[in-house]
Write a protein that binds this ligand. Structure first.
Ligand code: SAM
Length: 275
């Protein structure tokens, strides 16, 4: 049901809450939600099937990114465990999983439900400011040093996180990814990349997202009031930051369907980099 059609904008958050609580209640009564799926009313990482999206990315991590069961893995902006949950059946104690996020309720849920069963899965809350996700944050992302040793990880990923971060924050995070990765380690990053094709499709009215507001020369948003709602980068700019930080793009970029492309891998653009 499209709630937007029937409910005034200012009532939407409350309406959504009631809507999701209703379905949570039905799931509970039917016993149809397993212990590793959060209630719908707690999920804040976007619409779509929580399990199906996690499984889809697990496949990309393994088949495209070369993720191995004994790797040490870092999930930056891990949300409420959408990517962590499917990895519980893959990563062994030889390696392990570390995730951090700026939304406390996501980390609390992950610790309570995932770490409790899988003690090689570690979650950490960091109170970083983001106008969309954490308005009360006190730490700035463009200065934040990841709480891990240099060269600790074999594999790093960010799914739908750079699409909510500003340029100076992106630059710092790429620098930090390069620091915490081992030589030879890989990272899977998703973006909305502005290039000739995505711009032409947007102009033709085919894109689901209209990045019409400029934040900086290389960065645009769909929403000027809350830019972190959805952020896109000029492809050349994003690649130049990657290259400046001892990282190289490891395979062709897997472009996404967000702008109305007919040939795509997934919704966002997926970039695999290697140290
Ligand atoms: C669309 S959600 C995706 C969550 C998760 N990666 C997934 O795919 O399920 C975006 C996430 O980025 C997180 N985030 C935003 N800014 C961040 C930052 N500076 N550092 C870490 N996480 C951040 C948000 O809290 C939110 O959990």
């Amino acid at each position: 049901m499209e709630l937007k059609k029937y409910i005034p904008a200012f009532l939407m958050p409350a309406a959504k809450k009631v809507y999701f609580l209703f379905f949570d209640m039905i799931d509970t009564l039917k016993g149809s939600r397993d212990s590793l799926t959060p209630p719908r009313s707690l999920i804040f990482v976007g619409l779509g099937d929580f399990k199906q999206i996690g499984n889809e990315f697990k496949k990309y991590f393994i088949e495209l990114g070369g993720l191995k069961p004994d790797h040490r893995v870092l999930d930056i902006g891990c949300g409420i465990g959408r990517m962590a949950v499917p990895l519980t059946g893959y990563l062994t104690k030889e390696g392990g999983y570390w995730g951090f996020d700026i939304v406390k309720k996501g980390i609390d849920w992950c610790e309570k439900h995932i770490t409790k069963e899988f003690d090689h899965f570690h979650f950490q809350h960091v109170n970083i400011y983001n106008k969309y996700y954490n308005k009360k944050g006190t730490i700035v992302a463009d200065q934040f040093k990841f709480p891990y040793e240099t060269g600790f990880f074999d594999f790093v990923f960010l799914t739908s996180v750079f699409t909510h971060m500003r340029p100076a924050e992106l630059e710092n995070y790429i620098k930090e990814i390069a620091r915490v990765l081992k030589p030879g380690g890989k990272a899977v990053l998703t973006f909305f990349l502005l290039n000739l094709e995505s711009k032409q499709l947007t102009e033709a009215g085919r894109s689901l997202l209209d990045f019409k507001h400029q934040i900086t020369e290389n960065c645009k948003t769909t929403n000027l009031a809350i830019p972190e709602d959805a952020i896109a980068y000029e492809e050349n700019f994003a690649l130049s930051i990657i290259n400046k930080n001892q990282l190289t793009v490891d395979s062709p970029i897997h472009y996404g369907s967000w702008c109305g492309r007919e040939n795509y891998l997934t919704f966002q653009d997926l970039v695999i980099v290697k140290k």
